[in-house]
Design a protein around this ligand. Structure first.
Ligand code: NI
Length: 224
């Protein structure tokens, strides 16, 4: 499942995030790449001082982790500190699959869900779509600033070459309580149905039963 979550960051948060990005400097993204990704990765990553990084992470991750759709779709157990990536003309990130295990020794986590948060507007650059291969074909994603997209970390994906302007994104990974992407997708469908029922007929017997099934499926499938 590839899911776009609109307006995770609001206008003010985006202004603050971009001001912080302006203060840092960017280094070659290959430094943080695994062995096979290094061959196809051509972008830059923010190298900021600790206080800028802390503020950025609080802004971006605070908003993402609090978002009910992210919670429902990713069912997060552990969430990684994000990277802030910049693509200028000629830069691209070729077809790859994200590393299965990330984090420092002692702080390892499994990557189940990949997230990109768009930090500038689609009009600010040409190209630069996130292209994810799904069972139903390629999905090309280029969203307004503040939107996030989540997709299974097991998917093959790439970032199309930026031909003009500058693409700014935050990328992060989640270890989900529910490892299996099909199970997460079913839970997300059921969650949406439950939300709609709670809205339309909160006192109906069917609503109680769907709620019961949803909650107990999460309990059955979640691993901590
Ligand atoms: Ni990737």
């Amino acid at each position: 499942m590839l899911l776009v979550i609109p307006r995770v960051l609001g206008t003010r948060q985006l202004q603050q995030a971009r001001a912080l990005l302006d203060q840092g400097h960017f280094v070659d993204g290959r430094l943080s790449a695994g062995k096979s990704a290094r061959r196809v990765k051509n972008n830059e990553e923010l190298h900021a001082n600790a206080s800028q990084m802390q503020q950025l992470n609080a802004l971006v991750m605070g908003a993402l982790v609090d978002h009910p759709l992210y919670q429902a779709a990713a069912l997060p157990h552990r969430v990684a500190t994000p990277f802030y990536a910049r693509y200028t003309p000629g830069m691209t990130y070729g077809d790859h699959v994200d590393d299965p295990i990330m984090g420092p020794p002692g702080g390892h986590y499994r990557t189940d869900v990949s997230t990109t948060v768009f930090l500038n507007e689609p009009e600010d650059y040409e190209g630069g779509e996130l292209v994810v291969r799904t069972p139903f074909g390629e999905q090309r994603v280029k969203q307004p600033a503040g939107d996030a997209v989540v997709y299974p970390s097991s998917s093959l994906h790439h970032v199309a070459e930026v031909r003009a302007g500058e693409r700014l994104v935050a990328v992060t990974w989640t270890q989900s309580m529910v490892r299996n992407p099909q199970q997460r997708e079913l839970l997300y469908e059921l969650y949406q149905t439950r939300e709609a029922l709670l809205e339309k007929q909160p006192d109906a017997e069917e609503t109680t039963r769907i709620d019961h099934v949803y909650v107990n499926l999460v309990r059955m499938w979640a691993e901590l």
